[in-house]
Design a protein around this ligand. Structure first.
Ligand code: MG
Length: 412
């Protein structure tokens, strides 16, 4: 039987006004979700995901059950964004570790992961990152296009390639955890991993520091390093571990697999004819996989960015690469309503050269900022100072089920 103890906290940080992260932890399931989207939509997305994953795992505590729960979360967030204009574009990362039961009734820890929240394993003071970030910069590191050091400062390091609520289909990384008693498992949002080095995380999170002290130490250190994002931490320590009989490490897609041809429904062919048909099917499937894969990669790249452009005197937001990629031409997705003439001269020039942004929301924010900058330039400048406070929620070790929710900063 696998048993763990835990401590957790989610903090607004020092810069953001709200906490769009959400966390949950109990005796068999731990989740961190890092929401994104304006008008508090990120909070909604992360909370919906925590609820859906918790409910799904409660009904079916298996690998298939947790996988289905994340797919259900994806559907819920997409539907929520479609039905409420204020929630347009919302999404979230999710990283969860559940004690999943196999056919023999053995429960072992399994990680489920989408986005750039992380899972680390700690043993004897050493830290090992188990999850791979689903961000453009990190994908490029794995492809050899960037070095790890270049990725740390690359402008697309925060642009996600996968997320909950981004697309109708979702790919989830699933991996068994090969743990032993005394090991710790750390789940966190990027508000922690972006602020602290691996060495600092290992020093602050390792035993014998008590779990509660380790969690508060990690959050405090991230805030001292800048606290530029919401900070969420779930720290588990295994007292007893059962290892999966068949360890898993794979990416599972919610796309339905191709329907298999049922040979029994057709007349029995000759041996020569059957062999030819089998080879033809394999060759066709291989060809289609290559064509489909190439098309998907091109399509993803072609529409992976947004840019501002001048559309008959108004600022419009286009999705796609400015010069298009093969037959994938950029499409106009939003008219901001701001006049191009109502920009500073330098911004008008920049607009002509196109201004790229990773998401529709950041593009809208940028257009709004450009217009505000122009308005400010039309009158004497004033200075406003806003102080943002932060609150911290801490979940302490207990045998009772605890659900941690987002915390919201209040302006003082
Ligand atoms: Mg974050």
């Amino acid at each position: 039987m696998t048993r763990w103890r835990y401590a957790a906290a989610s903090d607004t940080g020092l810069v953001r006004e709200t906490n769009q992260d959400a966390i949950f932890v109990d005796d068999s399931l731990a989740i961190v979700a890092d929401g994104m989207g304006g008008h508090a939509a990120g909070e909604v997305a992360s909370a919906m995901t925590i609820d859906a994953v918790y409910e799904g795992f409660l009904k079916n505590p298996t690998v298939a059950g947790l996988q289905a729960a994340i797919e259900a979360a994806n559907t819920s967030v997409l539907r929520g964004a479609r039905e409420n204009p204020d929630h347009f574009g919302m999404g979230t990362t999710v990283i969860a570790v559940g004690l999943t039961r196999d056919e023999a009734g053995v429960s072992s820890p399994t990680i489920f992961h989408v986005g750039d929240s992380r899972a680390y394993q700690l043993r004897d003071g050493a830290l090992r990152q188990l999850s791979e970030d689903h961000s453009v910069a990190e994908e490029w590191v794995r492809m050899g296009r960037l070095t790890p050091d270049e990725a740390l400062t690359h402008p697309r390091r925060h642009q996600l390639t996968r997320g909950v609520g981004v697309d109708g289909a979702i790919d989830v990384d699933v991996m068994s955890v090969n743990a032993q008693p005394g090991d710790r498992l750390l789940l966190c949002s990027d508000g922690l991993s972006n602020e602290l080095s691996n060495e600092a995380i290992a020093r602050l999170a390792s035993s014998p520091i008590p779990l509660d002290d380790a969690v508060s130490g990690l959050v405090d250190a991230a805030k001292q390093a800048g606290g530029r994002d919401n900070i969420s931490v779930v720290l588990l320590e295994f007292d007893q571990v059962d290892v999966a009989a068949k360890p898993i490490r794979k990416t599972v897609s919610s796309l339905a697999p191709p329907v298999a041809q049922d040979a029994r429904t057709s007349a029995k062919p000759s041996r020569r004819r059957r062999r030819f048909t089998w080879r033809l099917w394999v060759a066709t499937a291989f060809f289609l996989a290559i064509v489909g894969g190439s098309y998907a990669v091109l399509h993803w790249y072609a529409y992976s960015t947004y840019y501002l452009g001048n559309d008959s005197g108004t600022i419009a937001i286009y999705q796609g690469q400015p010069s298009g990629v093969l037959w994938f031409k950029p499409v106009k997705v939003l008219d901001t309503g701001y006049l191009s003439a109502q920009l500073r001269v330098s911004d008008q020039i920049a607009l002509g050269a196109t201004i790229s942004e990773p998401t529709l929301e950041t593009a809208r924010e940028y257009a709004r900022a450009l217009h505000s900058a122009w308005k400010l330039s039309q009158k004497p400048s004033t200075t406003t100072t806003t102080s943002v406070g932060a609150t911290t929620t801490t979940v302490r070790s207990t045998t009772t089920t605890v659900r941690a929710t987002t915390t919201t900063a209040k302006k003082r």
